[in-house]
Design a protein around this ligand. Structure first.
Ligand code: ATP
Length: 243
């Protein structure tokens, strides 16, 4: 079966600084893939190049067999995207924003059910500007799921959420995964990565320093705790120095 997401030899530089250096990614349908790395490692740039919103210098990308630069319309009927920062009109209500999003697609999920799953039913008539940071974050995940996507990209999906909200989001995403959703996420929380990801890639200054399962990452390092393992791959200094 074709990979849901296939990235070959992706390269991107800003001026003479290489931000992505020959990155190769393959995500199967129904898998949860985590792209990890320190601030500035190149994760957001990779997502933007994969989605075709930023032009890579080199490389080939296919999502559900489609070229994101050429098949934009068809692709975005099947792909949901939640970015780190999303902007919308100041006074728009949660229900209005969901309805506006729904109008853009043919086949959509029931947004009221999604708001319920993500703990936002009571906020349906609130202005988006009156939501807390964590509530907004959950709303943007809901918006990414409205197109009933086969693949969803979630950039730092639980940054700003409290402990209970994070757990609730994990549960919702696990349920969606069981229904066959392919998830591409970035995260700085290793407990989250362990709870959700089937496969990971660790980027260090644009280079993939590890690609595989969490179990393989642990086995190929001197550490047992996944956060130590991650730091060992991702950072200049050793994990010991961070304890
Ligand atoms: N438009 C741009 N012009 C020049 N440099 C850029 C641009 N966008 C990003 N960069 C640089 O590219 C590098 C990678 O940035 P990117 O946002 O992809 O990192 P990231 O891994 O997503 O970081 P974070 O975890 O902080 O979100 C950084 O050094 C950043 O300063």
């Amino acid at each position: 079966m074709d990979a849901a997401i296939k990235v070959e030899n992706l390269k991107k530089s800003y001026g003479n600084i290489t931000v992505l250096n020959d990155v190769n990614i393959s995500v199967k349908r129904g898998e949860v893939f985590g792209l990890l790395g320190a601030n500035g490692a190149g994760k957001s740039t990779a997502i933007e190049c994969i989605l075709g919103t930023r032009k890579p210098d080199k490389g080939r990308v296919r999502i559900l067999g489609m070229d994101p630069a050429e098949d934009r319309k068809k692709l975005f009927e099947n792909v949901g995207v939640q970015f780190q920062e999303s902007s919308c009109q100041d006074n728009i209500l949660v229900s209005e924003l969901c309805e506006e999003t729904q109008c853009l697609y043919k086949d959509t999920a029931d947004y009221k059910a999604l708001l319920g799953q993500f703990g936002l039913s009571e906020k349906i008539k609130s202005p988006v500007s009156a939501l807390s940071g964590g509530q907004k974050q959950r709303l943007f995940i809901v918006l990414s799921l409205i197109p009933n996507p086969k693949v969803v990209f979630l950039d730092e999906l639980t940054t700003g959420l409290d402990t209970k909200a994070r757990r609730d989001v994990w549960k919702c995403l696990s349920q969606l995964k069981e229904k066959g959703l392919t998830i591409f996420l970035t995260s700085h929380f290793m407990d989250e990565v362990e709870a959700l990801c089937d496969k990971i890639m660790i980027l260090k200054k644009g280079n993939a320093v590890f690609s595989g399962t969490i179990k393989e990452a642990v086995e190929n390092s001197p550490y047992k705790n996944f956060e130590d393992v991650y730091l060992w791959y991702a950072e200049e200094e050793t994990a010991d120095e961070n304890i």
